[in-house]
Ligand binder design. Structure first.
Ligand SMILES: [Zn+2]
Length: 330
């Protein structure tokens, strides 16, 4: 069963008190930085609504809790994209709406969790809107999105928004260190938290997934290219191993760090393990050239976020040639 994370206590007590007063909004929108555990929170809250003997949190032993633990509670409807980086389709929402039209099978709440809500295509979002406008009794809808700005204003206005805040560095490090120990991971919690922007679950993902070694491999190739040891074409070929969003995400963090290093060599940066390399490159690139390159990266991020099919090899070759050009034009 999902538990409430140590930094989510305020959000939990707030919802519990709204519920006790009978003022719980029928639709909640959980936002905030990705990796703060909004999904765990949503599932824990759903469990407490579905539980037959809740005492603030779900009891864990009633028949409803047992159905949840087995992963087949008929009154919990979870909607995710069918594959990573895909959109949530209107049929998926229609299916949920049709389930909500029936009475709950266990006689209590029906809970819908849609994650990430910003992945709903326009037709899906419009289909959901009707349900949000005419809420049925004992139906709780929970939308999760770290990109709430991508949701339509009409959807957002129908939901009560709960913005999750990052934990203090001390709390995040304490939690992460205990998880790393549990997984027998030797990774440095400070570096992981820095890369994850302070979001503990994302930091843990970096440590346990291949993300950490992929990042190192990408960084090696990047600095080999920047130092003239790898051609733009070969570097773009090397990048075929990674999703474009991954490459662009790391690249933006390198650019942000170089801009900070331009201001002061003592600036706190995200990629603390690559400080020497980034400092060396930042010293070779005037501010205007970094910004010029950054514009090109941001343009590609925008195109990629529209899920348009782009030729990755061509797009990245052009980007690396541009980086080579701004380096030489110095
Ligand atoms: Zn229970």
């Amino acid at each position: 069963m999902k538990t409430i994370l140590p930094w989510q206590k305020a959000e939990w007590s707030y919802l519990a008190s709204r519920r006790a007063q009978g003022k719980l909004s029928h639709a909640l929108l959980l936002t905030g930085l990705e990796g703060l555990g909004q999904s765990d929170f949503a599932h824990a809250f759903a469990a407490s609504l579905l539980c037959q003997n809740p005492n603030d949190i779900a009891c864990g032993s009633c028949s409803s809790c047992q159905l949840l633990a087995a992963g087949n509670h008929p009154d919990l409807l979870v909607v995710n994209p069918e594959a990573k980086d895909k959109l949530i389709k209107v049929d998926q929402i229609r299916e949920v709406i049709s389930e909500l039209g029936k009475t709950s099978q266990q006689g209590g709440y029906q809970v819908v969790i849609i994650e990430p809500a910003d992945a709903m295509n326009i037709a899906a979002a419009n289909a959901l809107l009707k349900t949000l406008e005419e809420p049925a009794q004992k139906v709780q809808i929970i939308l999760i999105s770290s990109k709430a700005a991508f949701l339509s204003a009409t959807i957002r206005s129908r939901c009560q928004q709960l913005v999750f805040k990052s934990p203090t560095n001390m709390l995040a490090k304490e939690w992460l260190s205990s998880k790393l120990a549990l997984h027998n991971e030797q990774a440095d919690p400070d570096l992981l938290l820095s890369l994850a922007g302070g979001a503990p679950l994302k930091a843990l993902q970096f440590a346990t997934a291949d993300a950490s070694s992929e990042r190192s491999a990408f960084a090696n190739a990047f600095f080999a290219f920047a130092n003239g040891k790898l051609s733009a074409i070969n570097f773009a070929e090397e990048c075929q191993n990674y999703p474009l969003s991954f490459v662009l995400g790391i690249l933006l963090s390198f650019i942000a760090d170089m801009l900070k290093l331009q201001v002061s060599l003592a600036s706190p940066i995200v990629n603390i393990d690559l400080r020497d390399n980034l400092q060396h490159l930042a010293a070779k690139l005037p501010l205007a050239n970094i910004l010029e390159f950054s514009d090109k990266v941001v343009q590609l991020v925008a195109i990629n976020s529209k899920k348009i099919n782009i030729n990755k090899q061509t797009a990245l070759e052009a980007l690396w040639i541009e980086l080579g050009r701004v380096q030489k034009s110095n």
